[in-house]
Design a protein around this ligand. Sequence first.
Ligand SMILES: Cc1cc2nc3c(=O)[nH]c(=O)nc-3n(C[C@H](O)[C@H](O)[C@H](O)COP(=O)(O)O)c2cc1C
Length: 170
Amino acid sequence: MEFTEVIKKRYSCKKYDGRQVEKEKIDSILEAGRLAPTAKNLQEQHIYVIQSDKLLTKIDEITPCRYGAPTVLVVAFDKNNVFTYPGGKRDSGVEDAAIVATHLTLAAANEGVDSCWLNFFDPDKAAEVLGLPENEEILMILDLGYAAEGAGPLENHNSRKPLSETVTYL
Ligand SMILES: Cc1cc2nc3c(=O)[nH]c(=O)nc-3n(C[C@H](O)[C@H](O)[C@H](O)COP(=O)(O)O)c2cc1C
C-alpha cells in the first residue's frame, strides 16, 4: 500500500469481530517493529504477543480497552538499557518504544489489520499481572484484529488541527 494511504487508513478500532490475525501478518507487523530506529541502536524494546484466552482475560482485568481483539501486542522496554541524554532529564526508553509501537501500528494498517493503541491501564500492574521481568517497563498495548461489522473510525478521527496551529517556521 502507498505510504500516504497507510497513514490515512489507520484509525483506532474499538470493536473487533473475533477473527484471528494470520500468522504471516503478525510476522510482518513484528518485522516492521524490528526495523524501527532506536537511540544508539540500543533496541531496548521487548514485544509480547498475547493470543491465549488465559492471557487475554488478564488483559481484560487491567484495561477495558481490548474491545474483543484476538491478539494484543504488549510493547515494553528494558529500563536498564537506555541512553540518557545530555542534561540527564530524559532517556531513550519511552521514545524508542514509542517509535517501535508506531511502526507496529502503521504496519498493521498496511496489512489491512485493524488496531488500537492503548495506554488506559496501570503499567506496573500490567507488568505484574503478565509476570514481566523487573527491568522491563510497559509502554503501550496494541490491540490487533479485524473490525466488527459497522465498526469504523470515531468522529474525532477526521478532526485534526490545521498545520497553522501546530507548525511554526522559525
Ligand atoms: C498514546 C495513545 C494512547 C491511547 N490510549 C487509548 C486507550 O487507552 N484506549 C482507547 O480506546 N484508545 C486509545 N487511544 C486511541 C485514541 O483515542 C485515538 O487515537 C484518537 O482518539 C484519534 O483517533 P484515531 O486514532 O481513530 O485517529 C490512544 C491513542 C494514543 C496515540
